[in-house]
Every structure is written in structure tokens, then in C-alpha cells.
Design a protein around this ligand. Structure first.
Ligand SMILES: Nc1ncnc2c1ncn2[C@@H]1O[C@H](COP(=O)(O)OP(=O)(O)OP(=O)(O)O)[C@@H](O)[C@H]1O
Ligand SMILES: [Mg+2]
Length: 321
């Protein structure tokens, strides 16, 4: 059952050099209890998509924000009051920059307490109890002691767990996790993702997980959204996409991920070219880099071709398989 739907999201930044179309017509749905992965190279619009869904795009400087975000039968973009109640409580974000997300001069307990106070009416002792319970839930040792520590007294992995506790604090239905723990070593990252999976299993939490590691993607994501140039190139079940990617960008991206995972420096892929953020791209965003591009690809924006109930591919020359 669908819990969240994003329709035609557009998030543009006006800069002195021109307009950056960071998110340019992104649509997707999220089902209850599932994990939807968002993948794509650096700069393709994953984090801006996350902020847009949270209704926070203007807070990070976007000048134009358009589209719809449907939750519980209502378009949150059209109901700011409801957005305020839902954000942080029912839909929570674990931001990409874990190091700067916490206030350095407040203890982690006080920061958790602050979030709890915004959304829940708890007495002082209930709040303290909930703080300790949350720090235990994310498997931090000595929760009551940890609550009294400042962020600088915690390791990177512990900080990431505190952010998870903050996201979970008001019993959310949806968590958007932007590359959680990806800056930490792979063992710590695997442990934290394991904790998230356990919590998800017990609570029917739905999740949007931004990731770039094949292992993380295949272990955690039920479906995938492959982004490039602010647009969705392909979407579908993770197992189907990993087994048989259809969009030329997905094929190349998976090859890049495989090379990174295996530390293979000899891989032959069309390295690095992402269209300039200021370029207006009338055709396919990937056309400038695609080995199979034809003239039409540079002028005609491909509509998503529906392959099956779960699968779409935005390529003019994709063969339906
Ligand atoms: N405040 C801003 N002002 C102008 N441009 C921005 C702003 N924030 C993001 N962008 C641009 O929007 C595009 C998408 O950025 P985004 O942070 O979503 O990328 P990403 O896919 O999350 O990359 P990464 O994998 O590196 O985190 C980039 O071109 C980026 O430079
Ligand atoms: Mg990002």
C-alpha cells in the first residue's frame, strides 16, 4: 500500500551563473514497509530530492519549488500547517552531513529532548525516559551516560546512531536516510544499517535510502530510483535492475559501482561527464555521455516507458524486454 507519492518535483536554484535545475520532474511512490533506494553519481540531485520531499528545499536556498508530495491523502505542498506537523514527526530525515547536523554545544540528550518537545507533550521524567529508551533502541552502550555527552565526545558511528535516534524520536512512519554512515568504515556502516533493518522489521517503517554502494543497495533496497541530471532515468525492483539494467546510464552506473566495490582501476567507463548544472537540457539528460545517443536524444525528452508494474525506463531507444 502506498504511503507517500511525489509527483513531478521541480527544485531550481537561481545563481549568479544561471538556474540550476537540481530536481527536474522527479516522480515516485513509496509503499508501506518498503525501502526505496535513490542512486546516481555525485551531483545528480539525490540530496535535493530528499530535502524537497521534506518540504525543506527553500531552507537550502531553492528559488523555485514545484510539484506534489502526497501523504495520507493530502498534498503536503498545498497544506503548510500539516507539513509542519508531519515533518520530523511522521517523516524524518537523517541528513547527509552527520558531522554538522548536531549542535556542538548541547548534549545529545538535550538535542533529543528538544525534538521530542516540538512534537510530543511529555512530562520531564517521561522525556528523560524516552531519551534513554531511544539511545538504547539505536544500540548505543550506556544510554543514560551517553545522553549527557556532547557530540565531540562521540565517535562518528555513535554520532550517526544519535541522528538515527533523533529521526526515530517521534515514532515516524517514513525515514529518509541520506547516505547514512557512508563516510565511516564499511564495518561500522554495515552495523548501523543492520540496526536500521532490525528497527524497520519491528515497526513497519518505510524508508528512502540514498546510497552508492552495491552491497548496501542490494541488501537494503526493495526498489530503486536511478537519477541523472535531476531526473529519473530508470526505476524498478532492485533485483530486476541489478540483474538486467535497461537504461544506458544504469548500465554504466552499475559498472562504476562494481569497479569501486572491487577497487578495479582499469574499468572502461565514460568517466565523469555530468552536464553543467546551468545547461538547459531539452532532450535526455544523459545524451551528452551516452554511447548509443542519436540526434533525437538531444532534442526530445524521453517520457518514462512502462516496462511492468514496477519498472519504468526513460530512454527513447530502450528495447522493452
Ligand atoms: N544551495 C544550492 N545552490 C545552488 N546549487 C545547489 C545547491 N544545493 C545543491 N545544488 C546543486 O544541485 C545539484 C544536486 O545536488 P545534490 O546535493 O542533490 O547532489 P547529490 O546527488 O546528493 O550528490 P552527492 O552524491 O555528492 O551527495 C548539484 O549540481 C548541486 O551543485
Ligand atoms: Mg547528496
Amino acid at each position: 500500500m502506498e504511503i507517500l507519492r511525489a509527483n513531478n518535483l521541480k527544485t531550481y536554484f537561481k545563481t549568479t551563473h544561471g538556474t540550476v535545475k537540481a530536481v527536474d520532474g522527479v516522480s515516485f511512490s513509496l509503499n508501506r514497509g518498503e525501502t526505496l533506494g535513490i542512486v546516481g553519481e555525485s551531483g545528480v540531485g539525490k540530496s535535493v530530492t530528499a530535502h524537497t520531499v521534506m518540504g525543506l528545499a527553500r531552507n537550502i536556498g531553492a528559488g523555485i519549488v514545484d510539484g506534489e508530495v502526497w501523504y495520507e491523502g493530502k498534498d503536503l505542498f498545498a497544506d503548510h500547517g500539516l507539513y509542519g506537523q508531519v515533518r520530523g514527526a511522521k517523516i524524518a530525515l537523517i541528513p547527509q552531513e552527520a558531522g554538522t547536523a548536531l549542535n556542538p554545544v548541547m548534549t545529545v540528550g538535550d538535542q533529543l529532548g528538544e525534538v521530542l518537545s516540538v512534537h510530543l507533550a511529555l512530562s520531564g521524567s517521561e522525556k528523560q525516559q524516552r531519551i534513554v529508551q531511544l539511545l538504547g533502541l539505536v544500540e548505543l552502550p550506556n544510554p543514560s551516560q551517553t545522553a549527557r555527552l556532547y557530540p565531540f565526545q562521540l565517535s562518528g558511528g555513535a554520532l550517526q546512531r544519535v541522528l538515527l535516534a533523533i529521526a526515530l524520536s517521534c515514532g515516524p512512519e517514513i525515514i529518509i536516510a541520506d547516505e547514512p554512515a557512508s563516510s565511516l568504515d564499511t564495518t561500522i556502516q554495515a552495523q548501523i544499517l543492520g540496526t536500521i533493518r532490525d528497527i524497520k522489521r519491528k515497526s513497519e517503517l518505510s524508508m528512502i535510502l540514498i546510497a552508492h554502494d552495491l552491497g548496501v543497495i542490494s541488501q537494503n533496497c526493495d526498489r530503486l530510483l536511478v537519477m541523472y541530471g535531476g531526473r529519473v532515468m530508470e526505476s524498478g525492483l532492485t533485483s530486476e535492475i541489478l540483474r538486467q539494467p535497461l537504461h544506458p546510464y544504469t548500465i554504466e552506473l552499475l559498472e562504476i559501482y562494481r569497479c569501486l566495490d572491487e577497487g578495479d582501476l582499469g574499468c572502461d567507463f565514460n568517466k565523469g561527464y555530468l552536464p553543467s548544472s546551468y545547461e538547459d537540457v531539452p532532450g535526455c539528460a544523459f545524451a551528452g555521455r551516452c554511447r548509443q545517443a542519436r540526434d533525437r536524444c538531444r532534442t526530445e525528452r524521453p517520457a518514462p516507458l512502462i516496462i511492468n508494474d514496477n519498472r519504468t525506463v526513460s530512454c527513447l531507444f530502450c528495447q522493452r524486454k
